[in-house]
Design a protein around this ligand. Sequence first.
Ligand code: CA
Length: 233
Amino acid sequence: MARVFQATHVGKVRYNNEDSLIVIEPETFVVADGMGGAQAGEVASQMLVETVKDFLSQSPPPYDEKILSQAILLANSKILNLARQNANYHGMGTTATILSLDDKKACFAHVGDSRIYQLRNNFLTQLTQDHSYVETLVRRGEITPEEARVHPMKNVLTQAVGAVENIFVDTANFPIESGDTFLLCTDGLTNMVDDDSIKNILQSAPNPADALIDAALNAGGRDNISVIVVGVD
Ligand code: CA
């Protein structure tokens, strides 16, 4: 069993919320951060979460990383097709980050710059790697992670779901322990709130999802913010 908190907020600057999130039984969690003109970003992220939900409902749990990856690839074709049929949707895309828990293990599938963090024994670890231009620069040692957070090109993704035919889904599986806490979030949180503050909130807030949203809003709330916090009993 797990304790789950979720929240999403449009932020203080944007007029619409292009993030989508969903909790799917049993113990599967999805965040998606849409991009594209007009309402296209909302359409893409919504299509992602609905496609994942429908696809998983046709398979018996527990879900492994392979099936999570297949769900993302299916959403990729669906979003691409819709974008080709409708000029308003041309160029839309979305991030896709899915975490699924079983009794003893977890797995994830991931594309884009939304993130999964794990808090265990006072250590906060980012489990996913951002598919972003600035992450490439960090890996090359050209900029620091702190510089990446405020870099003018921090929003440029190296891949997104629904944007191109071929995408590469990152996957992993790993054992979980009682007391682990997982956070799924969009970059509206991580561009506004640093890892130390995220860790403090996860360790102390009665409702960590609402507290993380408040922290991002207090820091300026320049983007949509979405979070799912999962505490393993
Ligand atoms: Ca965003």
